[in-house]
Each structure stands twice: as structure tokens, then as C-alpha cells.
Design a protein around this ligand. Structure first.
Ligand code: IDP
Ligand code: MG
Length: 159
């Protein structure tokens, strides 16, 4: 594979699902030129929530965060592309939607820190993307495929 193959974990949170924002959010990543290699509509249980948000255990917002993320279905995804983890984080905006620039997902679609529509692996936490992909997806749930328009996204792909 090429240097366009970095994978990152992304999830539309229960508020985004309830508000019908899955399509909007998927479209943004497709439009950017990223490639979806995994997608799963699912309910997160307490155990998975604790594992996924383990770094925040003990913080004052942790119990509320677990309640929220288990409160309804999520749409978990794996997206692949050049510098995918950092690019997705840039597209998401800041953790607090109120501090997020218009044009970003949280800046366009949210107003409240506790219900900020989307999760994406932290690009500053080395290996977080691989850990989160493994936590949510089995290897055989990820699909390798040729994105035929990649030649029009990446200059160094062969025409
Ligand atoms: P991130 O989602 O931008 O990576 P993190 O700091 O990893 O932000 O926090 C995980 C999630 O926990 C956030 O997306 C948000 O939903 C929630 N959260 C973070 N900080 C607070 C807070 O101070 N109050 C309430 N919820 C918070
Ligand atoms: Mg985080």
C-alpha cells in the first residue's frame, strides 16, 4: 500500500444519529477524498464505553460521557487516506462546538460540549487510531478496495 493508507477511527455519536446527521458527516469525508473502509451501525455497551474513554476515567464528566455514548446507537467508521487522522480532526473542529470554526463539523452542527456530534481518533496520541479501530472492528470487517477516483485526489497516483 501507499502513504495514502493511514487509517483513522471516526464515530457519529448518539446525538448525531438522532438528529439525522450521518449522511451529512459521511458526505464531508467522501467529498474530501477520504475512503471508507469500515462502517458499523451499533449500540455501545457500558464495557466498551469504559474501554473507549478509559483515558477520561476519574474526570468529573466521565459518568455523563458514558451515559451519553451508550444512550442510543452510533455509526462507527474507519476512514483511510493521506494523513487521515489529523485531517479528520481538523475537519471536526475543537472539542467544544462553541469554540469550533464554522465550516468544521462541530462548528456547523453543534453548540454544546457534552453533545458534540462526532468522535475522531486523537492525532496527538500516537497509535490511538489503530487502538480504536481494533476495539471497534474485527479485521474481516475492514474492506480493502480501489477507489477509482483516487488518481484525481492524489497527484502521485498513476493515471
Ligand atoms: P475529543 O472528543 O475532541 O477528542 P476529549 O478531550 O478526548 O475530546 O473528550 C472526549 C469527549 O468527552 C468529548 O468529545 C466530549 O464529548 C466529552 N468532554 C470532554 N471534556 C468535557 C467537559 O469538560 N465536559 C463535558 N464533556 C466533556
Ligand atoms: Mg479524544
Amino acid at each position: 500500500m501507499s502513504h495514502h493508507d493511514e487509517r483513522t477511527f471516526v464515530m457519529v455519536k448518539p446525538d448525531g444519529v438522532q438528529r439525522g446527521l450521518i449522511g451529512d458527516i459521511v458526505a464531508r469525508f467522501e467529498d474530501r477524498g477520504l475512503k471508507m473502509v469500515g462502517g458499523k451501525f451499533m449500540q455501545i455497551d457500558e464495557e466498551l464505553a469504559h474501554e473507549h474513554y478509559g483515558e477520561h476515567e476519574g474526570k468529573p464528566f466521565f459518568d455523563g460521557l458514558v451515559d451519553f455514548i451508550t444512550s442510543g446507537p452510533v455509526f462507527a467508521m474507519v476512514w483511510e487516506g493521506a494523513d487521515a487522522t489529523r485531517q479528520v480532526r481538523q475537519m471536526m473542529g475543537e472539542t467544544d462546538p462553541a469554540e469550533s470554526a464554522p465550516g468544521t463539523i462541530r462548528g456547523d452542527l453543534g453548540l454544546d460540549l457534552g453533545q458534540n456530534v462526532i468522535h475522531g481518533s486523537d492525532h496527538e496520541d500516537e497509535g490511538a487510531n489503530e487502538r480504536e479501530i481494533e476495539l471497534f472492528f474485527d479485521e474481516d470487517e475492514l474492506v480493502e478496495w480501489d477507489q477509482t477516483d483516487a488518481v484525481w485526489v492524489y497527484e502521485d497516483e498513476d493515471h
